[in-house]
Each structure stands twice: as C-alpha cells, then as structure tokens.
Design a protein around this ligand. Sequence first.
Ligand code: R1P
Ligand code: URA
Length: 292
Amino acid sequence: MKKYFPSSELIINEDGSVFHLHVKPEWLADKVILVGDPGRVALVASHFENKECEVESREFKTITGTYKGKRITVVSTGIGCDNIDIVMNELDALANIDFVTREEKDQFRQLELVRIGTCGGLQPNTPVGTFVCSQKSIGFDGLLNFYAGRNAVCDLPFERAFLNHMGWSGNMCAPAPYVIDANEELIDRIAKDDMVRGVTIAAGGFFGPQGRELRIPLADPKQNDKIEAFEYKGYKITNFEMESSALAGLSRLMGHKAMTVCMVIANRLIKEANTGYKNTIDTLIKTVLDRI
Ligand code: R1P
Ligand code: URA
C-alpha cells in the first residue's frame, strides 16, 4: 500500500504549489542551494544564464535557472532550524510525493543540497573571511529528536563526550544536542582542499545560545570557553551558525545529500566582525556553483 498524505498534512495551494514555498513540483531542480537571507537568492541567481521561475512568500524566495548547463534551484530559508524543517519537508514533498494523487512516488528522487551561509568563528584558524565547511553539526535546536531514526543517523559517542565536557544537565540540554555528519562525497567535491573542515554548532538563537551577553546574563558564563576548548577524536568546534544540523539531519533521514559551508563574519575568540561581507560572499557562491 502506498502512503497517502491528506490535505491537513501536506498543504497544497490552489495553484498546485506547496504551502509555504509556493513552488510547483516542475520548478524544482535536483541541485539546490539554500541561503538564509532572501537577498542572497538574487546574488546566486545573478550568475545564472537563464531563469525559468521566480517566486516569493514570507522569507522563502526561490529561483530556478541554469549555471554552466546545470539546472539549479536557489531557496532562502530565513533564520533558524524551525524554517529548515519547513523547507526540507516541502522540497522533499515536491520531489517525492505526487501532488495529484497525494501518494509517495514509486521512484525515489535524491536531491543534492548545499547551504551557503554566514557564521561566527571560534578558533584561531577561523578568522573573518574563512570558508568553513561543516563536517559535523551539533544541533542545539532539538528538531531531529522529533523524528524516528534519529539515533541511527547521529554520532552518539560524540554527543555524550560533548555533554560531559559541558557539564550541562536539566534545562540547558533538554532536548539534548544531537551530532550529525554532512554528506562526505559532497564535502570532498565542494570543500576540496581550500576550505576549513570543522564541527559547527547550529544554535537555537544568535545571542544567548551562542554565548553573546548583552543586558541579560548567561546561564553558563563559561559556555564559549568550554566550547572552544572541547576536543574529541581530533575534532574541535570551529563555528556557530543556526541551520546546518537540521539540514544535515533531515537530509540523512530523507536520503538526500547535504552539506553547509559558511563564511566567517565574526570571530568570537579575537572579538572582531565584518558587516560589509555581502560582496566577499560572492566568491564563495561562485566556488559552490562551479563545484555543485
Ligand atoms: C544569523 O545572523 C543568521 O546568519 C547565519 C545564521 O545561520 C543565521 O541564519 O546564516 P545566514 O547568513 O545564511 O542567514
Ligand atoms: N551567524 C551566526 O549565527 N553567528 C555569527 O556569529 C555570525 C553569523
């Protein structure tokens, strides 16, 4: 029996597009670039030779076009893993559910997803301007814990080592952080030898969860010192951003290939930031477009 998805579970708009993204199934390419900022979608698409569709709803802006003969869809996710839950489920539905019969398709269609983002660097080898590719992501967001199969795809010994190191219990780690690998083949192809490979914390916020203290004190004032000092089997935590864990986790559960690469715009260790990064991220965009 094929799985059937009623309209309450998979919401399809009157024009046949998926609920939040407003994208129709025929508009989705196999290669997908995800960015946080809707303004970055036009920057990616400015390299396309042609555009076949452009649609926008809330923070989700989508353009499909061609780059050097490759059909690519670029989508903005806005900020946070909660949005990645929406984007990944709707992209997977567009690829693998028949929008007429509302049944799962017979043939699985695998997507290749690369997130191009910005991040905060945490180590001496991640100064402003570095491209960091997330080999592993530590999800502070808890999203993956709501899906069956989470333990089968996560690095459980790494999770235990990290929690022990932080000394967190109770509310600080509920639901507990999850540790998830990006797709290795994609990392080798996109990061090659010129990007830093690291472990990324996908935080559930920009301030407190990343150890930024403005007027309200932090629950654990030593959080970032401990994160920077953490080491497990040669891995050190390199950077903070806010989406890579849910992207890597949901892609693994769904059978897609995914990875995240971010440009460092703030180094937390030496307390420097660059707000004029919008032009330099174009170098990263072009590199990913060439390698995807
Ligand atoms: C925070 O400023 C945002 O920037 C980073 C974080 O993950 C978060 O989304 O990525 P983007 O530049 O892709 O949005
Ligand atoms: N994005 C983040 O999530 N954190 C930073 O420090 C910079 C960009």
